[in-house]
Write a protein that binds this ligand. Structure first.
Ligand code: AKB
Length: 320
C-alpha cells in the first residue's frame, strides 16, 4: 500500500476501535494499519498490537509526527467520551470530542491526509425529535454533552467538506453490541453486559427500565457499514454531516426474553439510574433509508441472530 499511504485508527483499544483495526488489517494488511490509543502498553502488548503508537489526539504535534512517520493517508478517529461518562466530565468531554476532531480535520484541510472517518451517534437527537423512525433530516435538540458534541461535530464535518473539500464521512451509530470487546461509558452498554451476566450468573440488574426501547446494532454490521461507507465512490456520499444507520430496536424486557430461550432460569431486575434520562431523550427507532439508497446499506443481524452469535461466542470465551 506504499503508493496509497497507511491507515491510522485513533482509539484502537475501545469497543469499536479494536474490531475496526482487525477489519482494516484484513483489507490493507497488518503493517498498513497503525493502531493508536492514549493507553500506554507494555512491550508484550505493543508486540501484540503492532504497529502501535501511544497517542493523545489532543496533542496535534504528536499526531502530525505519526502521520509523517507512517505516511498516513486515512484516519479513523474513534477517541471520544461516550454519553454517560461525558455527563460526569462535561468540559473534558467537550475538549476531547471537539478538539480531537479539529486536529484531524485540519490535517485533511492542509492535505496531509486524504480521508477522515468520524463516528456520530443517535445521541445527536433529543427530546423534541420524532422518536419513531427518526428521519435523516429532522429536529435536533440534544440535551447531553455527548449529543451536543456529536451534533456540533457533524456541522463542522459538513463545513470542512463544503469549504475545504475535506473527504470526511460519518455514521450515526446506534448502541453497538459485540462479544470481542467491552463497551465503556455508554447508555446502551447494558445490552452487552446482559449477555455476560446471563452466562456467568443467570441474572442481571438493568440500569434502564424494562420498556426503554433503543436503536441497537450488532458489531459485525457496524464494521461492515463503516468500511462500506469509507470504500464508496465519493459521488455517492451526499450527506457529509452523518448518516442515520439502523440495525434493530429492542427494550431490556425484549432482550431478556430472547436470552431466556437459551437460559430459561435467567432473571432480570430493573434499577434505573441517571442513564435512564439520557435514554428517554433518544429515538426508539431510526429511518436509515437515505444510507440504503445512496450507498447501499443493509443490515444482516436482528435480535435473534445477534443473540445466538453473542451467546455461542461468549460462552467459549468465558469457559476458556
Ligand atoms: C452511548 O450509549 O453513549 C453510545 C451511543 C449510542 O453513541 N453507545
Amino acid at each position: 500500500m506504499s503508493t496509497q499511504g497507511t491507515v491510522l485508527v485513533i482509539g484502537s483499544s475501545g469497543q469499536l476501535g479494536a474490531e475496526l483495526v482487525a477489519g482494516l488489517r484484513q483489507i490493507y494488511g497488518r503493517e498498513n494499519v497503525i493502531a493508536s490509543d492514549i493507553k500506554d502498553m507494555d512491550k508484550e502488548q505493543i508486540k501484540e498490537f503492532a504497529p502501535y503508537e501511544t497517542l493523545n489526539v489532543l496533542n496535534a504535534k504528536r499526531l502530525y509526527e505519526i502521520v509523517r512517520k507512517y505516511d498516513v493517508k486515512q484516519i479513523y478517529l474513534l477517541a471520544a467520551l461516550l454519553s454517560a461518562t461525558a455527563e460526569k466530565s462535561p468540559m473534558f468531554a467537550w475538549d476531547l470530542n471537539m478538539n480531537g476532531l479539529f486536529n484531524v480535520l485540519d490535517l485533511a484541510k492542509e492535505k496531509h491526509i486524504d480521508k477522515v472517518y468520524w463516528p456520530s451517534s443517535i445521541a445527536v437527537f433529543g427530546p423534541t425529535t420524532p422518536r419513531i423512525n427518526t428521519p435523516q433530516f429532522t429536529i435536533m435538540e440534544p440535551n447531553t454533552v455527548y449529543g451536543i458534541s456529536k451534533q456540533t461535530g457533524e456541522r463542522w464535518c459538513e463545513y470542512y467538506f463544503n469549504k475545504y473539500a475535506v473527504d470526511v464521512r460519518s455514521l450515526r451509530y446506534p448502541g453497538l453490541i459485540g462479544w470481542k470487546t467491552a463497551p465503556g461509558g455508554g447508555t446502551t452498554d447494558y445490552a452487552v453486559h446482559i449477555y455476560h451476566e446471563a452466562i456467568k450468573n443467570n441474572s442481571y440488574e438493568c440500569f434502564l427500565s424494562e420498556n426503554t426501547t433503543l436503536p441497537m446494532m450488532f458489531m459485525d454490521d457496524a464494521i461492515k457499514a463503516t468500511l462500506d461507507l469509507m470504500h464508496s465512490n465519493p459521488e455517492k456520499i451526499k450527506v457529509r454531516s452523518s448518516y442515520n444507520l439502523a440495525g434493530m430496536s429492542f427494550s431490556p424486557k425484549e432482550i431478556a426474553s430472547e436470552i431466556k430461550n437459551y437460559f430459561p432460569e435467567f432473571q432480570i431486575t430493573y434499577n434505573p439510574d441517571s442513564r435512564q434520562a439520557i435514554a428517554d431523550s433518544w429515538p426508539q427507532s431510526i429511518d436509515d433509508s437515505v444510507a440504503r439508497k445512496e450507498w447501499g446499506w443493509k443490515p444482516s443481524f436482528d435480535l435473534k441472530k445477534m443473540s445466538e452469535e453473542m451467546i455461542v461466542n461468549l460462552k467459549n470465551e468465558i469457559v476458556k
